[in-house]
Design a protein around this ligand. Structure first.
Ligand SMILES: [Ca+2]
Ligand SMILES: [Ca+2]
Ligand SMILES: [Ca+2]
Length: 335
């Protein structure tokens, strides 16, 4: 009887321990595997990056677990990744970093090509800047040497090569006042009425606590009117129906500085008779290609539009199917 009670507790404790272990395991991210079966011709001999300096032999299987080694990187600040290899021929070196910590290497800015088709030991270097959207904290970096592997694949398993896994700690330091606002950029300099485009900044300072608020002006001069709320990222998507200037107010610790301004143009509605003649340059009523002609009218027309294709000027090669978008103002067929 006593023995049975003891066994019961033993079993219960074992089950509890197992449950805790499973729970612990589930909390850590699991990454895809990458397994190379031969390291005799090529392998990674050193990885140096932001506090990591790991000299290694070639190890089959993999990815080789060096995750106890941690690189510390700052959002927006470049760090140099340096990889040295035992080389044979046609060696490709890649690095993959899971910046958003979702357990894969397939999001924006997570794939880096360090060297393509090299046959020497290096070191091969690449400046890596943690993107603004990187999640603070520890995450995974995979460095891969892939013989003849011209397409980066973090989950590659093959014969010749080596993959090594490391830990990267992403930190964000507080912003410094006054901030550097940098230059305003737009994903589109010409945008049709209602067409979305994305405003952002280049060359701006970074740091936690910094906010960004976009403003517009029709003239490029005062008065400026807020178009966005104060937000933690400089990226802002908007649209317009008339040519407009934008600038960004960058604030750190109550200290606000303005970026330069950028104008996004909404072209006027067009109409008239034009020619399409590939033998002549675009301009003066002529378009050298169908694509340029369609681009010209894509924002809308305010009267009949006629394109006369010059006789004998073709053929016109189309690299893709020609799509004519819905043209604002077109009430009759375009001839
Ligand atoms: Ca190695
Ligand atoms: Ca990811
Ligand atoms: Ca993902």
């Amino acid at each position: 009887m006593r023995k049975n009670v003891f066994n019961f507790y033993k079993k219960a404790i074992f089950t509890l321990a197992l449950a805790m272990l499973i729970n612990l395991h589930l909390k850590a991210q699991t990454y895809c595997s990458s397994n190379f079966t031969s390291v005799s011709f090529e392998h990674i001999t050193n990885v140096t990056f932001a506090g990591i300096n790991n000299t290694s032999v070639g190890t089959v299987g993999g990815p080789v677990d060096y995750t106890s080694q941690v690189a510390t990187v700052n959002v927006g600040v470049p760090s140099t990744l340096s990889v040295t290899i035992l080389a044979d021929a046609s060696e490709y070196i890649y690095a993959f970093i899971d910046w958003n910590q979702d357990g894969d290497f397939s999001d924006s800015e997570e794939v880096y090509t360090v060297a393509t088709s090299v046959a020497t030991s290096g070191p091969f270097t690449l400046a890596i800047t943690p993107p603004n959207a990187a999640t603070p904290g520890t995450t995974r970096m995979r460095v891969m040497l892939d013989f003849a592997g011209s397409t980066p694949n973090p989950c590659k398993s093959g014969t010749y090569g080596e993959a090594e896994d490391y830990t990267v700690n992403v930190v964000t330091s507080p912003c410094v006042a006054p901030p550097t606002p940098g230059n305003a950029t737009s994903s589109k300099i010409n945008a049709c009425s209602g067409e979305n485009f994305n405003l952002s900044l280049t060359g701006n300072s970074l740091g936690s606590g910094q906010t960004y608020k976009w403003q517009y002006s029709l003239t490029g001069n005062a008065p400026w009117t807020d178009v966005s709320l104060a937000q933690v990222s400089p990226s802002f998507s908007t649209n317009q129906n008339i040519s407009t200037y934008y600038r960004c107010m960058v604030t750190c610790s109550g200290n606000s500085v303005y970026s330069d301004s950028i104008q996004v143009i909404t072209p006027a509605l067009v109409g008239g008779t034009f020619t399409i003649n590939g033998a002549l340059p675009t301009g003066g009523g002529n378009f050298a290609s169908f694509a340029e002609a369609i681009d010209y009218i894509k924002c809308g027309i305010n009267g009949p539009v006629v394109f006369n294709v010059a006789v004998g000027s073709g053929p016109y090669a189309l690299s893709a199917p020609l799509n004519i978008p819905v043209i604002y103002g077109a009430t009759s067929p375009i001839l």
